[in-house]
Design a protein around this ligand. Sequence first.
Ligand SMILES: NC(=O)c1ccc[n+]([C@@H]2O[C@H](COP(=O)([O-])OP(=O)(O)OC[C@H]3O[C@@H](n4cnc5c(N)ncnc54)[C@H](OP(=O)(O)O)[C@@H]3O)[C@@H](O)[C@H]2O)c1
Length: 372
Amino acid sequence: MKKLRAGILGATGSAGMEFVNALYDHPWLEIDGLHASPKNAGKPFSEATTFDTGHLPEGIKNRTVRSLGEIGSDYDVICSALPSDIARDVEGECARHTPVISTTSAYRYESDVPIIITEINSDHYRLIEAQRRRGWNGWVAPGPNCTTVGLVMSLHPLHQALGIRRVYMSSSQAVSGGGYSLLRRWESQRMPELPEPVRSYEPIEIRGDVRVEGNVIGHIPKEEEKVQTETGKILGNYREGMVVPADFEIECLCSRVPVVDGHYEAVFVETEKSCSAEGAAELYESANERNRDRFGSLPSSPRQTFYVLDRPPMPLYDAYIGGGMSVAVGRIQETPHGLKYQVLSNNVVKGAAKGMVQVAEYLASIGFLEAK
Ligand SMILES: NC(=O)c1ccc[n+]([C@@H]2O[C@H](COP(=O)([O-])OP(=O)(O)OC[C@H]3O[C@@H](n4cnc5c(N)ncnc54)[C@H](OP(=O)(O)O)[C@@H]3O)[C@@H](O)[C@H]2O)c1
């Protein structure tokens, strides 16, 4: 099979670097171009990115980074990891001639755009047909926000088997989810000794950037709204050219914590049918079998979708299980109204780039994505 030639936009960033990692020795796709901001255009990739490129082949490390103005129509697929504000115009322009998979929110909430997670709603790709009305020869398929991924993955088997009435979630999210500038800001704050709390009797007024080191930042702009909207859309049903969102209540609070990779979430689910913790663990094991049968041949699929743990999942230890493509669900407990548990998923791998590469693989496997 001829490999699909991929162009990566925002290649030097947190999610872009994971597109590079997912594609540099991929059996079905190959990296054909790396694009970033004007400040990095013309530089070799290893100099342009602040991430470690030591493990990459010389051909990628030395590849000259190009500007967005140099995106041609000869790629078979474009992988976008741009900031959402600029992604809107760029992805729309690219979709005129080429399919775009994206980690950005630029098109996520439009009625003719699916938010696909392979194991949950791969049939939603049929929505893409409606994008032809935009006059595009290509299309845009964005993934969810990285915080939505662990939640919706862990809810899916419960939603199917038990029905869901209401969900409450509180997240502790990794710094890499805020992009490379937040990661570097945190790095610059590191100190050899433990950071001392501010010893002020009255709450202080915070000016400028909030410290990351030694802190919990209890507000991530627009994150909670994104998780609410996306969860309904992803768990919804495709019917006659549209997605009917899943109909249950969801409330969440999202916080940033000083952790490099991996979004941790505490989840409380009110279910329609009751279920024991052991019963819920069996639902995840059955989902593992189903996913292995349906998607096990995709190169980016993990051997196992879910790891059910009897301890809490922890970012330091569990963010890279299944190569960052598996989801860890821990401490499942029955409650008077349903279940509670903790879940961890990798925000840059399953939650962004490689999750979208898996979607591209699925679309290629059904002939929806082909070489030009
Ligand atoms: N990080 C995650 O966990 C994650 C997860 C899911 C979705 N996302 C989404 O993925 C997208 C990228 O996020 P990120 O965390 O990877 O951000 P990031 O680390 O800040 O990287 C942003 C990338 O976009 C490029 N860029 C910025 N301004 C540009 C411009 N004017 N023209 C061309 N390129 C420009 C940067 O290039 P330079 O290096 O040259 O500045 C860099 O390659 C966002 O939409 C984000 O919401 C991120």
